[in-house]
Write a protein that binds this ligand. Structure first.
Ligand code: SF4
Length: 333
């Protein structure tokens, strides 16, 4: 997590735990779901960091805790913007968060349910400007038209309703709404997962072009590793609420080090019939409410050894920008 440039976002030991209560009249806490646990990473201006893992690994919870869509249980999510604004989003009250809301936005997975079917495209895209009293009248119309053009739609589309558009076009409307306030930081949560493969490529290219044009920094949440490979500069792999490996994208795909990352990559279908796929990801995903002792991945790990079921590995830096939480790095050194 080192660079000559200061990070836009510093996440340190961010946790989101959900208490589990018993049924019946007298409710008492009987457990804790560690949906996101001690998450730490830096995100640099203009960078795209991928957050990948199986369902239930804590990717979305992490993104939502950073954006303060949910309040973190503990930890820090410090933003340093180019204009000097320096705040820990995790520590702010709801009223203190308001100035920050315009600078960070979310693009949602499902373009069918994330848009209000009773609102026109213009009203959907303009709503954040109206709520934050940033523009009105002809200035607001011009800003909406300009943003529609940027996302590849036409200003003539502004009076139509979402049902009149294809899935890809609806996602473009969602992107226009997220970017109309000119945020610096965007969480794209499975932003292309619900789209056809051909449309996915178009939307990924659009996100990339908009990043260059508007100077955006992305946290790109996805379960599809082939998508992540096309858009991300670095990738963080999550398992059972924790980051287990973080590396530059090319290095992670060329030389995955954590056994879970290796298993995930081995499970990606290869179109070459001569390439034998090796799946060594057997067993169930760890339940974040009842995590195994030691390394949460140890019941599924083919490289597991004695220490793994006792000690929980910490996320450690190799000194060259690669991070891993696995006892193998101590054994190999
Ligand atoms: Fe496997 Fe042990 Fe590494 Fe966990 S710490 S991933 S069980 S080798």
């Amino acid at each position: 997590m080192t660079s000559a440039v200061a990070p836009l976002l510093e996440v340190r030991n961010l946790c989101k735990h959900f208490p589990v209560f018993s049924q019946g009249f007298v409710k008492r806490q009987i457990g804790m779901v560690r949906a996101a646990d001690e998450i730490s990473f830096d995100l640099y201006p203009g960078e795209t960091l991928g957050l990948v893992g199986e369902s239930g690994s804590g990717k979305t919870t992490t993104g939502r805790a950073i954006l303060r869509a949910i309040k973190p249980t503990s930890g820090c999510a410090r933003f340093r913007f180019a204009d000097g604004m320096d705040v820990d989003a995790a520590a702010l009250s709801e009223s203190e968060l308001k100035p920050l809301r315009t600078r960070m936005q979310m693009i949602f997975q499902d373009p069918f349910s994330s848009l209000n079917p009773r609102m026109t495209v213009k009203d959907i895209v303009a709503e954040p400007l109206v709520i934050h009293r940033q523009a009105r009248g002809s200035e607001l119309d011009d800003m909406v038209d300009d943003m529609l053009r940027k996302v590849g739609l036409k200003p003539e589309h502004r009076n139509r309703y979402p049902h009149a558009f294809s899935g890809g076009q609806r996602q473009r409307i969602g992107i226009a709404r997220a970017l109309i306030m000119r945020p610096s930081f965007v969480v794209a949560d499975e932003a292309v997962s619900a789209l056809d493969v051909s449309v996915q490529a178009q939307v990924i290219n659009l996100l990339h072009d908009l990043q260059q044009e508007l100077g955006l920094t992305y946290l790109f949440i996805a379960h599809d590793l082939s998508v992540v490979r096309h858009i991300c500069d670095r990738v963080a792999v999550m398992y059972a609420g924790r980051i287990v490996e973080l590396a530059p994208c090319d290095e992670l795909f060329a030389d995955p080090r954590h056994p879970y990352t290796r298993a995930l990559l081995a499970a990606v279908p290869n179109p070459d019939p001569d390439v034998r796929m090796s799946f060594d990801l057997s067993g169930e995903v760890a339940d974040p409410g009842r995590l195994p002792t030691g390394c949460a991945f140890h019941p599924r790990c083919s490289a597991c050894f004695d220490r793994c079921s006792v000690d929980r590995p910490e996320l450690k830096d190799d000194g060259h920008g690669r991070w891993m939480a696995c006892h193998l790095q101590d054994r190999d050194n």
